[in-house]
Design a protein around this ligand. Structure first.
Ligand code: ATP
Ligand code: MG
Length: 210
């Protein structure tokens, strides 16, 4: 599982990592955004929480993720991104399938604010870009699938502040939870990923193997 502040780059590193390790990337945020886009019942239920930068209630999130993680494609192994996000989700995960390793990504506050402010993502395939750090080849168009790039509602300044506060209150306790189990590995990621991809990837592999 990958842990770390919103905007630290979990989604970006994980999508490359899973290709290398032949695992699958399970991002709770991507699952929610996909449902919102398709206007499903779940999408309608969660839309408001997400746009406001709040957490989706556990009674929706936990059963959804339990169902997703028991699907067949997960049997070969997966990297979780965005779940568990609080202690009760972590406890639910312990019952379902205890994690093997938790990577805790850390970067300075200014770095995180810069990453969140400029992030744009693909409406179609969720690929992540950044206006300055990781720009697409063609403005507004996804390199991977040609889809439309947009700024997430929750990457607007009002929501960013709330998400960072929520992270501190609800998700930081997971650091203690997993370090007590001996599962936590720290990875410092202040470098820019577009110019220092190899450096960050090497740190990640070292943490996984170490
Ligand atoms: P980043 O994409 O930079 O990692 P983030 O962690 O805030 O930032 P996502 O993981 O994509 O973004 O989640 C977006 C939103 O989806 C959250 O703000 C929250 O509303 C909802 N969400 C995602 N995962 C969960 C979860 N496990 N429990 C509750 N709500 C969730
Ligand atoms: Mg993410």
């Amino acid at each position: 599982m990958v842990l770390g502040s919103p905007g630290v780059g979990k989604g970006t590193y994980t999508s490359d990592l899973v290709k290398k390790l032949k695992l699958i990337h399970i991002s709770s945020g991507d699952i929610f955004r996909d449902n919102i886009k398709r206007e499903t019942k779940l999408g309608k239920e969660v839309e408001e929480f997400i746009a406001e930068g709040k957490l989706v209630p556990d009674k929706i999130t936990i059963p959804l993720m339990e169902k997703r993680l028991t699907e067949k494609d997960c049997q070969k192994g997966f990297v979780l991104d965005g779940f568990p996000r609080n202690v009760s989700q972590a406890e639910a995960m312990e019952k379902l399938d205890p994690l093997d390793l938790v990577l805790n990504f850390k970067a300075n506050h200014e770095v995180i604010m810069g990453r969140l402010g400029g992030r744009i993502i693909c409406r179609q395939c969720s690929h992540i870009f950044h206006l300055i750090n990781l720009p697409p080849k063609k403005k507004g168009v996804c390199d991977a699938c040609g889809g439309e790039l947009y700024q997430r509602d929750d990457d607007k300044p009002e929501a960013i502040e709330k998400r960072l506060k929520l992270y501190e209150d609800q998700t930081l306790p997971l650091i203690k939870f997993y370090s007590e189990k001996g599962l936590l590995k720290e990875v410092l990621v202040n470098e820019d990923y577009s110019t220092h991809k190899k450096v960050i990837q090497a740190k990640i592999m070292k943490a996984i193997k170490g």
